[in-house]
Design a protein around this ligand. Structure first.
Ligand code: PMP
Length: 391
C-alpha cells in the first residue's frame, strides 16, 4: 500500500549493483562465523576484544536474567532504574576517570540526547565534517548554530573558533577514531585550541573505547588529556561487546541530561542481562590485559600484510583498516569474491562514505589467530589480482 516511488528507487539500486541484502549469521559473533552454512573468517565486526561472545559476559547475562528477569518495564526516570544501572554508571565514571557517567540505550541515542539537550540557540557546535551520522543527526536536533570544519583541519577549526567568539558555549565535536578511515583525531591540538579560545570539547570514542588508552579508556586517556575534555561519549556495543552508549562527564551535566536528554527520558532502560554483561566487560578489560596485546599485534600484522600486497589502505593507525576501491559496484564485487574465498569483509559505500570512496572495511580483533589472518591475506591477494586492484 503506497510508497510506489520507493520501488523505482530500489530497482535503480539493483541495476547499479548497490542493493544489498542483509547478511544473517548462524553462529555467535567470533573470529569465525557461519553464514549460509559456511564458516568464514569474520573481518567485519566491531568486536575488537572478542567480548561479544565471551563466556564470562554470557554467564553474567544469563545469571542476571534468571535473578532479575528479562526486562525492566519502564523508563529510567519513572520505575526502570535498578541498582545495577547506577552501580554500572559509577564503574564507568571510574573507568573513564570522570566525575559521572550516564548510560543511554545506544551510542546513537547518546549523541542525539547529549547534543540536543545541552546546546541552545545561544551556542555554536563546531563539528568535523567526517563525524559519525549520529553526531550529524544530533546536531540537526539542536537549536545551536553549526559550523562544520574540514576533516581534522586545525586551521579551519581555529577559523571556526575565531568566527564564533560571541557564542555562550562553543562545543567542538569530534570522533576519537573515525569509523570509516580508522584515523585518530588530533585531540591534543584540538584540546589546546579549545582552551585557547575558551571552548569545550566532546569526543565520540565509539571506536576507541576498549581499543586505545590504559585498559581501553579511550583517546582522552591515550593522549594524557584526562580532566580536559568536557564530554566523552562511548558505545557499549563495539569493544565492550554488548549494547548501549554513555556519556562520561561532570555530575551537573549528568543531572541535567537525566531531566532533558530525550532518549534517556522517553525510552525504556536496559534489561538486567545487558547491564550485567556490560559490567563484566569492564572487569574483563581490567583483568585480561593480554586482549589488548593481541588486538594490536593482529592489527600490525594484518595492516603490514595488506600494505605489502600493494592495496590502498589509507592512513589508519587503529584496528580499522579500509581497503579502498573507489567504485561502489567494484567494491561489492571484491567483498562478494572474498566471501566465496572464505572471508567475510563487507563493502561500504555512499552514503556511509563519500561517493567514489567505496571500500571494504576490515577490523581485526583480539580473537583472530595468526592462521585466520594469513588465510585472509591469501584471499585478498588472490581476489585483488583477479580484480586488478593490485599488480
Ligand atoms: N558513534 C560512532 C563514531 C560510531 O561508529 C557508532 C556505531 N556505528 C555510533 C556512534 C553508534 O553506536 P551504537 O552502535 O552503540 O548505537
Amino acid at each position: 500500500m503506497g510508497f510506489e516511488h520507493l520501488r523505482t528507487e530500489l530497482e535503480e539500486m539493483k541495476q547499479a549493483g548497490t542493493f544489498r541484502n542483509l547478511v544473517a549469521l548462524e553462529s555467535a559473533q567470533h573470529n569465525r562465523v557461519t553464514i549460509d552454512g559456511k564458516e568464514l573468517i569474520q573481518l567485519s565486526s566491531n568486536n575488537y576484544l572478542g567480548l561479544a561472545a565471551h563466556p564470562r559476559l554470557a554467564e553474567q547475562a544469563a545469571e542476571a536474567a534468571r535473578t532479575f528477569g528479562a526486562g525492566t518495564g519502564s523508563v529510567r526516570t519513572i520505575a526502570g532504574t535498578l541498582e545495577m544501572h547506577q552501580a554500572f554508571e559509577r564503574e564507568l565514571a571510574t573507568f573513564k576517570h570522570t566525575e559521572a557517567a550516564l548510560v543511554f540505550q545506544s551510542g546513537f541515542a547518546t549523541n542525539l540526547g547529549v547534543l540536543s539537550a545541552l546546546l541552545g540557540p545561544e551556542d555554536v557546535v563546531i563539528s568535523d565534517e567526517l563525524n559519525h551520522a549520529s553526531i550529524i543527526d544530533g546536531i540537526r536536533l539542536t537549536k545551536a548554530k553549526r559550523r562544520i570544519y574540514k576533516h581534522v583541519d586545525l586551521a579551519d577549526l581555529e577559523a571556526a573558533l575565531q568566527e564564533t567568539q560571541d557564542a555562550r558555549t562553543r562545543l567542538i565535536v569530534t570522533d576519537g577514531v573515525f569509523s570509516m578511515d580508522g584515523n585518530i583525531a588530533p585531540l591534543p591540538e584540538i584540546v589546546e585550541l579549545a582552551e585557547r579560545y575558551d571552548a569545550l570539547v566532546m569526543v565520540d570514542d565509539a571506536h576507541a573505547s576498549g581499543v586505545l588508552g590504559e585498559a581501553g579508556r579511550g583517546t582522552v586517556n591515550h593522549f594524557g588529556l584526562d580532566g580536559r575534555v568536557a564530554l566523552q561519549v562511548g558505545t557499549l556495543s563495539k569493544a565492550i561487546g554488548v549494547l548501549g552508549g554513555y556519556v562520561a562527564c561532570e555530575q551537573h551535566v549528568k543531572d541535567y541530561l537525566i531531566h532533558k536528554g530525550r532518549p534517556f527520558l522517553f525510552s525504556t532502560s536496559h534489561p538486567p542481562a545487558v547491564v550485567e554483561a556490560n559490567r563484566e566487560a569492564l572487569r574483563v578489560m581490567e583483568e585480561e590485559t593480554e586482549l589488548f596485546d593481541r588486538l594490536w599485534e593482529n592489527t600490525e600484522f594484518f595492516k603490514q600484510g595488506l600494505r605489502d600486497l600493494g592495496f590502498d589502505i589509507g592512513t589508519s593507525t587503529t584496528p580499522i583498516t579500509p581497503v579502498i576501491v573507489g567504485d561502489e559496484a567494484r567494491c561489492h564485487e571484491l567483498s562478494d569474491r572474498l566471501r566465496q574465498e572464505g572471508v567475510f569483509a563487507q563493502g561500504i559505500a555512499f552514503p556511509t562514505v563519500a561517493k567514489g570512496k567505496a571500500r571494504v572495511r576490515t577490523i581485526v580483533t583480539a580473537e583472530h589467530t595468526r592462521e585466520d589472518l594469513t588465510t585472509a591475506l591469501a584471499a585478498f591477494e588472490k581476489v585483488g589480482r583477479e580484480l586488478n586492484l593490485i599488480g
